[in-house]
Design a protein around this ligand. Sequence first.
Ligand SMILES: [Zn+2]
Length: 262
Amino acid sequence: MKKIIVAALLLAAIGCSRAPITGRSQLLLVGRDEVLQQSYIQYDKVIEENKVLDNPDSAMVKRVGGKIARAVEEFLNSQPEYAHLDDDFQWEFNLLESEQVNAWCMPGGKVAFYTGILPYTRDEEGLAVVMGHEIAHAIADHGRERMSQELLKQYGGSTLAQVFETNAVEGAELFMEAYGAGSSLVTLKYSRDHEKEADKLGLIFMALAGYDPNEAVDFWERMAADKDGEPLEFFSTHPNSATRIQLIRDYIVSDEFKKYTN
Ligand SMILES: [Zn+2]
């Protein structure tokens, strides 16, 4: 009962928010400052524990990231209704040596790509598809939403701080999982709604950065073609739906897309 009251109070204090573009209402029980602070701590840990590459591929990750970061900030500043999403960005883009087919972005613009995804992104445009999509998950606060849901489901409405206090390792795992950066076998899937939003925003971001959004169709087709092969981490966190590619095709020619990219 006490926990329900705590959850209700939290809800009143932090409350519901709306996702960008789709206007879908979001339950956010974790504070923005709290996740930003955690993001910087957890990202530094990942960087410490992995082999960070310094080569032409990592230069490409940084180049694409920098271009899309500028586009994102410009987009948020140009849309008064999204000004509240303007994080205290401390962008960082790193390429880590790992066979995992994965990439993610944590709040405040902390991005990691694993070398395992490079055969699928292939070139700079393909990389921009994934970069735009991952940054979009972060901008739309999907991680904070997922964490809120898990706190209710698994922790009876405890706060993130309480989970960290009780068990720091578990707290870190919950945090990483929420951003698609977890290493445990049971990964949290982004929901269909989250995927749709990340696709839409990601397409806008990559187009604003000067990349061809049609490349997204090719990228997801390449991923889909390989889906039946080895299990891809990227697929376990970003479930592909048969309708995704058609949605992307339709969105690129929609009025909404043109409104934001013209
Ligand atoms: Zn996704």
